[in-house]
Structures are given as C-alpha cells and as structure tokens.
Write a protein that binds this ligand. Structure first.
Ligand SMILES: Cc1cc2nc3c(=O)[nH]c(=O)nc-3n(C[C@H](O)[C@H](O)[C@H](O)COP(=O)(O)O)c2cc1C
Length: 332
C-alpha cells in the first residue's frame, strides 16, 4: 500500500507540448503517471495524417487519447480507432475555451450542453471497452454555480462516464484568451472536493495550478487523482520527485540524460529534426545552476546534433557539481 493505491497522477493534455517526443521524455521521470496526447480533433484523425498523429512509443503507456469533437458518429469512430491502436483511455475535451474550437462547438462551450456530452459518452462507451472520460471546467461564463457543474457531471455519469478531470476554474468564453483562461478565473478547489463528496463512486481528478509534491499530497486527501499541466512541462523533474508518492526513489538527471541520448539518435536516424524534439527538454534543469545556459544551448537553433546536446548536458552537470562543492565548502 502506498499513498497512490487507487489514486492517479496525470500529465495534462497540452496542444503543441504533449507530443510523442515530450511524452517519451516525461516517461523517463515517472513510470506510473498517466500521460495524455494533445487534443486531436476528430477531423484530423478521420481525414488527416492519422498515422503521424496517433503514433506513440510503447513506453508512453498508460496513454490517453484526448479527442476534440461533438459529432457522436465521428467521436465513436475515433474511439474505436483509439482502442484498436492500444490507447488506455479516450478523454473528451470539454475544457478548451479557444474561439477556434467554440466555432466548431467543441471544448468548454459543450458544458452548456450536458445532454450532448452525455450522448457522446453513451455512444462511444457502447462501442469500446476502454474507459471514456471527460475533462471539463467548474463552469463557463454565467453558468458558474456548483449546482451547474454537479448537474453536468451527473448527466455524463448517468450515461456511463466514471472518471472526470476537473480544471478548477471556470472558462470565460468571451473576452479572455485561452492563456488568460488558465490564469485569471480563480481556482475553486473546494468545488472539486465537494463533487467527490457528493459522487463518492466516481473517480474525480483535480487540475489547475498544482506545482509541487506537497500540493499533490494535499489534494489527494480529498480527491482520487491530480493532473498537472504547465508545471510538468516547465519543470519535468517534478514528475521524478513525485516518485516518493509511490515510495520509490527518483531517477537522477544523469540517468535521465543517459536514457534520452539513444532516443535522440534513433529520431535522427528516422530523419526527425532535433530542434523540434529538444524544445521539450529545455526544463530539465529548471531551478538549478546552468539551467539558462542549457536552455540557450538547445533553443532557437536551425540545426542541432546529439553531440551538441550531450556536450551541453555535460557542461550543465559540471556546473551543478561545482556549485554543490562550493556550497559544501562555504558551509564548512
Ligand atoms: C500550451 C497548453 C496547451 C493546452 N492544450 C490543451 C488541450 O489540448 N486539451 C485540454 O484539455 N487542455 C489543454 N490545456 C489545458 C491543460 O490541460 C490544463 O487544464 C491547464 O493548463 C491547467 O493546468 P495547470 O495549471 O497544471 O497547467 C493546455 C494548456 C497549455 C498550457
């Protein structure tokens, strides 16, 4: 038994950030966390570069496909494809406030249509065995009461959804950009805790503004899971620190880099450009001496080789070692 028995830690879906390359990297820090794809629209899966969009490395499991869509036939077809390809779960995006998705009636605006979301859950779940889950907000615009969220959740739960991930802020669909909608509306953790109290049988996972292992522990006293977004991207070592929740020791950054290099070499051999992969590892040394130099060595480059990344890694590790030595000397 550990703190994580029947609990879950996840890394949030983030467009342009949680690509397969990032997920491979994130997995090196923590073998237990659930990872999510970026939101992928049904149109892109059914009519786009499906192979490229849905491919993943086996090490990324457990991996959840997040779908953006509202048409139940298309969403169901995509859920079936997800199951065939081995995704652990399919998640419906009911949290994204961007104008582009609102225009297509997907994302947070669907909170105003609980029966549409419930219908999606019902049709999708009827065709697949993997769980269909919902990620949503505590409310949207003037629909900002606890009762509104409760009724929204209740409708999808009646349709068969057992797991909800709640971004603990409302979304203002008019007047705020997606970025502002992740910062300005206040966090309402208590509403998420209350949801868990009221629906004890549902798996309720909390999201929004969670940045430390202590934060995770605090929330897990009230809910079943914690989802981390920006902090897991900007400071991925947080995922290693979280290993203490499973009673395990975190891997060192040295070990993580050693596991990363063969992956980078493999990607180069496949013809993938390194700068677009390296952007996901910029946060590796966040908060440590040399973090800025590491970021500078890897970012804004047209070309990059594995050897250059290796050298930057060595330099940063040496800087950290030197500063630790200086600390010990000064404290003598
Ligand atoms: C760059 C970026 C892209 C995002 N893309 C998605 C997305 O595709 N689907 C989604 O449900 N949420 C998306 N989000 C929201 C996150 O999943 C998460 O709910 C939000 O960042 C709050 O969590 P945090 O405070 O831990 O970052 C995105 C967030 C960021 C920063």
């Amino acid at each position: 038994m550990t703190l994580m028995t029947n609990k879950r830690l996840s890394v949030a879906p983030m467009i342009d950030w949680t690509t397969s390359d990032y997920r491979f990297f994130a997995r090196l820090f923590n073998p237990h966390a659930y990872l999510y794809t970026e939101m992928i629209s049904t149109g892109a899966i059914l009519h786009g570069k499906t192979e490229r969009l849905l491919r993943f490395d086996a090490s990324e499991q457990p991996l959840v496909l997040q779908l953006g869509g509202a048409d139940f036939k298309e969403m169901t077809r995509c859920a079936v494809i997800a199951q065939q390809r081995g995704f652990a779960e399919v998640n419906i995006n009911v949290g994204c406030p961007s104008d582009r998705v609102q225009h297509n009636k997907i994302g947070a605006c669907l909170m105003a249509e609980p029966q549409t979301v419930a219908g999606l859950v019902k049709h999708m779940q009827a065709e697949v065995d993997i769980p269909i889950t919902v990620k949503h907000r505590v409310g949207i615009d003037e629909h900002d009461s606890y009762a509104f969220m409760r009724d929204f959740v209740s409708a999808s739960a009646d349709a068969g959804c057992k797991r909800f991930i709640v971004h603990a802020r409302i979304a203002w669909l008019k007047g705020l950009s997606p970025k502002e909608n992740r910062q300005i509306p206040p966090l309402r953790y208590d509403d998420v805790y209350r949801l868990k109290q009221e629906f004890a049988d549902l798996f309720i996972e909390i999201n929004g503004g969670i940045t430390s292992v202590d934060d995770i522990k605090t929330h897990l006293a009230y809910v079943d899971g914690v989802m981390i977004g920006r902090a897991a991207y900007q400071n991925p070592y947080l995922l290693a620190e979280a290993m203490q929740l499973w009673g395990e020791t975190p891997k060192s950054r040295v070990d993580i880099l050693s596991a990363l290099y063969p992956y980078l070499e493999q990607q180069v051999a496949l013809g993938e450009p390194l700068p677009s992969i390296a952007r996901h590892v910029l946060g590796l040394f966040q908060g440590l001496p040399g973090a800025r130099k590491w970021r500078q060595a890897l970012s804004g480059k047209q070309h990059l080789t594995v050897n250059e990344i290796r050298q930057a890694g060595e330099r940063t590790l040496n800087l950290i070692a030197a500063s630790q030595e200086a600390d010990t000397t000064s404290s003598l």
